[in-house]
Write a protein that binds this ligand. Sequence first.
Ligand SMILES: Nc1ncnc2c1ncn2[C@@H]1O[C@H](COP(=O)(O)OP(=O)(O)OP(=O)(O)O)[C@@H](O)[C@H]1O
Ligand SMILES: [Mg+2]
Length: 342
Amino acid sequence: MKIIAIANQKGGVGKTTTAVNLAAALAEKGVRTLLVDLDPQANASSALGCLTEEGGSLYSCLVGADFAAAKVRETRLPRLWCIPSHMELAGSEVSLARNENHLVRLSEVLEPLRVLNRWDVCLLDCPPSLGILMTSALASADGLLIPIQCEYYGLEGLAKIVDLHERICAAGVNPHVTIEGILMTMYDGRTNLSRLVVDEVRRVFEDLVYKTIIPRNVALSEAPSHELTVMEYSPNSPGARAYREAAAEFIRRQPQAMGDPVPPVPSTSELSTAPTAQVPSGPLSAAPAPVAAPSAAPATISPPVSPLPDAWQVGSPAPAPARPDPTSVPPNPFGAPFNPDV
Ligand SMILES: Nc1ncnc2c1ncn2[C@@H]1O[C@H](COP(=O)(O)OP(=O)(O)OP(=O)(O)O)[C@@H](O)[C@H]1O
Ligand SMILES: [Mg+2]
């Protein structure tokens, strides 16, 4: 069982929407999926119709009074299970802080689930903070999936979570956790801003960024109010198709086969015309465009010169973005005033 933390300390970027709908799409593709709701807001539990009474969350497990397996609930969807959350989980921030081993406690709680071998993937829906629950999720995960909203402040949030990932690795708490991917969410094809943000994230993080882009889609925002995943609420909506595509990409990115066989990676032209991904053509596409696509020939292209704000310069995955060179920096797309609606 591979544990993936879906995390970003920034609120409202699409963590829960991603956790719920990626989980549903993975299950649809034959992957045995367990979604663990670590957010006391319990939004993921609600979307899966798994709201629980007090005592149903991982809280009692974290304080040593129960086992995680006892908290697993079936959902309406085949191959999808859930460990729900409850407000009580907020108390674990305080209870865990008292323990010396608080960072690895969640890892200890989840370990027996790995041994059970009943699930292929476990997704952790993290709360929006840098608190103990979120840090513990990174300390217990094999991979980190970072949803970021296609807007300017999304960039700053990304820098912080990447920095936290590096600290967790460097501190030896969980040296093996990797960044599984960065998923761009709430893409609005009508604005330049969305495209600029995707461009910047792709230029710095290259192949870590999912080719699939989640569009802003009303079905995705309406589905939770009916306590449904988007696969159930509007299975042919752009949002449902995008999360299916994200699930297929997730599976392709795994070193070991998972779920039912999925089609091969779509070609660039397919991607740039795909109605679900809504990836604009040109510099945004994954095409091996000159200069703008270092992933096309990573061995020969020098690290990108980053025009990003200093907030970006904390920690970085390989290859690290270079510090801006004032003599060669191209015009900063975010430095100049811009009109996002142009
Ligand atoms: N692609 C999308 N299109 C339209 N609305 C979206 C999309 N993704 C998320 N939303 C809506 O945006 C809001 C925030 O999404 P979500 O709850 O998934 O974010 P979050 O990061 O989990 O938030 P929090 O930090 O509070 O846990 C919700 O109302 C959700 O329905
Ligand atoms: Mg959430």
